[in-house]
Design a protein around this ligand. Structure first.
Ligand SMILES: [Zn+2]
Ligand SMILES: [Zn+2]
Length: 269
């Protein structure tokens, strides 16, 4: 089993993007987010993002899209040209549409947008999603209570803040399990033996796969729904990576889990 199955260039590009997002987020203020009553973040199965009102700065958002386009262009001139083609005609109305569709995770919209502009389907969605994340991360901070943790999550609902399917957890303190979202960086508690995808907490049907040569990583696999979660013991880490970075550097575990027949979002839905 290879410890890392991802190319260095890919990881480096992603790291550059994470740095860019951190920088962008510093310029945002929580006052641009309004939660709707007490339902935000704790409503059954509904992510806070679906209930929150976010005032997006449209021209800033467009600038971020251009920034990330520039980064892609620096890695590949061909990609840079394609991004340019997408972004050139993007006005305020168009950017607003991108934000709406990115929030709604509307792949179809971005697929057809890409097709219209003769570029690969992943490019526009990737650009929009990249620029959306700092807002989602800000939302997670607003939703988190004083402990810096999101209060509750229901099995199968994904991240309580942004709805991203669960795939990552880390251990803390005495071995407490914290689920963490690599998309919005929200964190929330979960029982040590519990499947976030289907709610199964039966020791008999939840197993832990380990990876040779890596004592800090486990794959928690559920036989009931075939869902898995990467569980990383970050307590020994010298510097604690963000959940986004941790997800990126443990991508080999996703491959191992999937090779073994497990799926990230579970199979119950
Ligand atoms: Zn999230
Ligand atoms: Zn399960």
């Amino acid at each position: 089993m290879r410890k890392s199955a991802v190319s260095k260039e890919y990881v480096n590009l992603q790291k550059d993007i994470l740095r860019l997002q951190e920088q962008w987020k510093k310029g945002l203020d929580t006052s641009c987010i309004r939660l709707q009553g007490k339902t935000a973040g704790v409503a059954e199965s509904v992510p806070a993002a679906a209930l929150a009102e976010i005032d997006f700065d449209i021209s800033l958002f467009l600038q971020w899209i251009k920034d990330v386009g520039e980064l892609l262009g620096a890695k590949s001139a061909e990609l840079g040209i394609k991004v340019e083609r997408l972004v050139t005609g993007l006005d305020e109305k168009g950017t607003r549409r991108w934000i709406d569709e990115a929030c709604a995770l509307n792949n179809l919209y971005f697929d057809s947008f890409a097709q219209e502009h003769g570029v690969e389907a992943w490019i526009p969605q990737f650009l929009a999603e990249t620029a959306l994340r700092p807002y989602l991360q800000l939302l997670a901070e607003v939703v988190e209570n004083d402990d810096g943790i999101v209060k509750d999550a229901s099995a199968g609902a994904g991240c309580p803040v942004c709805g991203e399917p669960v795939r990552l957890a880390r251990l803390e303190g005495e071995g407490k399990k914290l689920l963490c979202c690599p998309r919005c960086l929200a964190e929330w508690n979960e029982k040590r033996v519990y499947c976030a995808h289907c709610g199964n907490d039966d020791h008999e049907t939840i197993s832990f796969l380990t990876v040779e040569g890596d004592e800090t990583a486990q794959i928690q696999a559920c036989e009931k729904c075939k869902g898995y979660t990467k569980v990383i013991d970050t307590r020994q880490f010298i510097s604690k990576p963000s959940s986004a970075m941790l997800d990126l550097t443990t991508i080999h575990l996703d491959y191992i889990a999937q090779e073994n027949g497990y799926v990230a979002a579970g199979a119950t839905r």
